[in-house]
Design a protein around this ligand. Structure first.
Ligand SMILES: [Fe+2]
Ligand SMILES: [Fe+2]
Length: 135
């Protein structure tokens, strides 16, 4: 299970704060699964995660648009992969077992770590550079 660690910092505080919240929500999902929390609780937690992911992606997109980030298209394609995965899990939550939910969670956290370490790290470095006040 993914846990917050400073290798996930991208150096742009608003994004780091949202990433920390997403890691916490993924952790809660694991907790719900372990506790055998029932489908309704699991579904609510997954919707909560999907809502936070959507808000976070919108925020990153707004930043990329307003700062004219050159690699925005590629970045959005990566986001699309996670959105599709979350949509699939939510669409099939009544049909799949806990094992499949666990598989989806491990896909989500792998995607998250890979994306944050690469694409978001590049975005964070760019934002930190363009947002630095003039000397
Ligand atoms: Fe991103
Ligand atoms: Fe992100």
């Amino acid at each position: 299970m993914i846990e917050w660690n400073d290798s996930l910092l991208v150096g742009y505080e608003p994004i780091d704060a949202e990433h920390k919240a997403l890691v916490a929500l993924i952790g809660e999902l694991y907790g719900t699964l372990r506790a055998g929390g029932g489908r309704d609780t699991l579904e609510a937690a997954l919707f909560d995660l999907a809502d936070h992911v959507a808000a976070h992606f919108n925020h990153e997109n707004d930043l990329m648009v307003s700062r004219r980030y050159p690699a925005r298209a590629d970045h959005l394609l990566e986001h699309r992969i996670l959105i599709d995965q979350l949509d699939t899990v939510l669409d099939t939550i009544d049909l799949i077992g806990d094992e499949a939910v666990l598989d989806a969670l491990s896909f989500i956290e792998r995607w998250f770590a890979d994306h944050v370490h690469a694409a978001d790290a590049r975005l964070g470095a760019f934002l930190a550079r363009v947002d630095r006040p003039d000397p």
